[in-house]
Write a protein that binds this ligand. Structure first.
Ligand SMILES: Nc1ncnc2c1ncn2[C@@H]1O[C@H](COP(=O)(O)OP(=O)(O)OP(=O)(O)O)[C@@H](O)[C@H]1O
Ligand SMILES: O=C([O-])CC(=O)C(=O)O
Ligand SMILES: [Mn+2]
Length: 533
């Protein structure tokens, strides 16, 4: 593909194109001795290269924009129609941003990486990434689906991502934008532009937002969830906002991994959008997370971890960010679905919430109506690091457990998911991986035992008690949960009144938040499934 012509995108005078570099080429490029600053990668003792992502060590949702035009005007859930990050820009501002990025990339030596987003040929996006930074090319090669040689022969991109991380928009105030940094989408041209931020997650979550636009309009659920499948073909999906445990809990040696973060659900079943995983590494240990630890080897790419002079990694050091990460191709995990990351219809739907208030039980079984209510509410906490400016657990209602990535109104996702769950007879559970009355986070060991009990069905044999205000059905005992008293959060408080005060406060927050969904009959009907004061 050396004859690839980037002038069709406005990028001219390119000195060289490194097209679909191999891992060995990427290694050589990102560790070149003449690279400066954030471009320079370091080889670590584990064999993976480590980079610093720059000023941005997480996504920057306030710098996200979508062109409002005939394509998007009546489909996108705009920020002036509810609290969300889909800020509109005009086609005129887009032209200026595109000129900045194409100018930045013109006259350069560029990496072009052709990928797919989505494992199913009939709904995938062929996404072409253009960047001048070698490790950014490495990141997208890890995270997206790598086409086969045969696929590359007929490859035609559906979407272009032009990463101009090194340029900023000095005219941002005249443009009425948030800052000199920008992450902008044009659904008519099918292009994403990036300026100012080097963070790779903008490309990953950018294309997720695009899948979230295109798929529900075709009746396919598009979900911020991880997914795995048991020996009997039983598929489970784990929804959750960043840091709530999607990657940790879906990486389960007893089950084949489908994917750790973004999935679709169509007439055939659940399928991955990605070709890799993006795991948090803060406080990572070989003992607690053996599968993720061993995935950190040659071809994996570490971000913002502390590397000592001898190449040793200090995973406990969060001084650059709490959001230290590693990306790796999915085949770095042993037990995965192959050759295509897809399986059948989900029978278990798990909503992971990290409750920073310590009010919700570690697990409860949801009724159909409660599942809809909690999916729309998306109560959880934003954990430190993944978004700019978030430094401690901050309670939030993030619709569909991924509001930052929703391009359409939340009810659209609820409607499609509801239909898929109905058709497969899926059961739903709310799992709190956050805090309880002890002031500590519920242990991973307890959460893993809870997940096991959900997935092997043994939870169904438990006796259930109802939690006041929330009317959540909590099991009184589960196999593998040594201290069953934690299953009722009230037991973790020295003083029951303390739970009660917090519970009433949280119940009220749910009620207040849900008002925005009650402008139609369906929404009104769901209120009864939510917390009651
Ligand atoms: N009870 C628990 N269950 C799950 N994870 C826990 C628990 N307690 C602490 N943790 C920690 O919380 C973090 C969960 O992060 P994980 O990467 O699994 O989240 P994620 O949902 O995949 O986030 P992202 O969308 O950002 O990738 C890990 O660092 C894990 O060690
Ligand atoms: O993409 C990821 O895995 C991290 C994430 O959820 C986010 O950026 O919020
Ligand atoms: Mn994850």
């Amino acid at each position: 593909m050396s004859d690839l012509d980037l002038s069709q995108y406005g990028i001219t005078d390119v000195t060289e194109i490194i097209y679909n570099p191999s891992y060995d080429q990427l290694f050589a490029e990102e560790t070149r001795a003449d690279l400066q600053g954030y471009e320079q990668g370091k080889l670590t003792k584990l064999g993976a290269v480590s980079v610093d992502t720059g000023i941005f060590t997480g996504r920057s949702p306030k710098d996200k924009y979508i062109v409002r035009d005939d394509t998007t005007r009546d489909t996108v859930w705009w920020s002036d129609q509810g609290k969300n990050d889909n800020k509109a820009i005009t086609p005129e501002v887009w032209v200026d941003l595109k000129a900045l990025v194409t100018q930045q990339l013109s006259g350069k030596r560029l990496f072009v990486v052709d990928t797919y987003c989505g494992a199913n040929a009939d709904s995938r996006l062929a996404v072409r990434f253009i960047t001048e930074v070698a490790w950014q090319a490495h990141f997208v090669k890890n995270m997206f689906i790598r086409p086969t040689d045969a696929e590359l022969e007929t490859y035609q991109p559906d979407f272009i991502v032009m990463n101009g991380a090194k340029c900023t928009n000095t005219n941002w105030q005249q443009h009425g934008l948030n800052s000199e940094n920008f992450v902008a989408f044009n659904l008519t041209e099918r292009i994403q532009l990036i300026g100012g931020t080097w963070y790779g997650g903008e490309m990953k979550k950018g294309m997720f937002s695009m899948m979230n636009y295109f798929l529900p309009l075709q009746g396919i659920a598009s979900m911020h969830c991880s997914a795995n499948v048991g020996e009997a073909g039983d598929v489970a999906v784990f929804f959750g906002l960043s840091g709530t445990g999607k990657t940790t809990l879906s990486t389960d040696p007893k089950r084949q991994l489908i994917g750790d973060d973004e999935h679709g659900w169509d007439d055939d079943g659940v399928f991955n959008f990605e070709g890799g995983c993006y795991a948090k590494t803060i406080n990572l240990s070989e003992e607690n997370e053996p599968d993720i630890y061993q995935a950190i080897r040659k071809d994996a790419l570490l971000e913002n971890v502390t590397v000592l002079a001898d190449g040793e990694i200090d995973f406990n050091d969060g001084s650059k960010t709490e959001n230290t990460r590693v990306s790796y191709p999915i085949y770095h995990i042993d037990n995965i679905v192959t050759p295509v990351s897809k399986a059948g219809h989900a029978k278990k739907v798990i909503f992971l919430t990290a409750d920073a208030f310590g009010v919700l039980p570690p697990v409860s079984k949801l009724t159909k109506e409660q599942a809809k209510y909690h999916f729309l509410s998306g109560f959880t906490a934003k954990l430190a690091g993944t978004e700019r400016g978030i430094t401690e657990p901050t309670p939030t209602f993030s619709s569909c457990f991924g509001a930052a990535f929703l391009s359409l109104h939340p009810t659209k996702y609820a409607e499609v998911l509801g239909k898929r769950m109905e058709a497969s007879g899926a059961e739903a559970y709310l799992v709190n991986t956050g805090w309880n009355g002890t002031g500590k986070r519920i242990s991973i060991k307890a959460t893993r035992a809870i997940i096991d009990a959900i997935l092997d069905g043994s939870i169904e044999n438990a006796e259930f008690v109802q939690l006041p205000y929330f009317n959540l059905a909590m099991p009184s005992a589960l196999n593998g949960v040594d201290d069953v008293s934690i299953l009722d959060p009230r037991n973790t408080y020295a003083n029951l009144t303390d739970w009660d005060v917090k519970a009433q406060d949280l119940a009220k927050r749910f009620v207040d938040n849900f008002v925005k969904f009650t402008d139609n009959d369906e929404g009104k009907a769901l209120v009864a499934a939510g917390p009651q004061l």
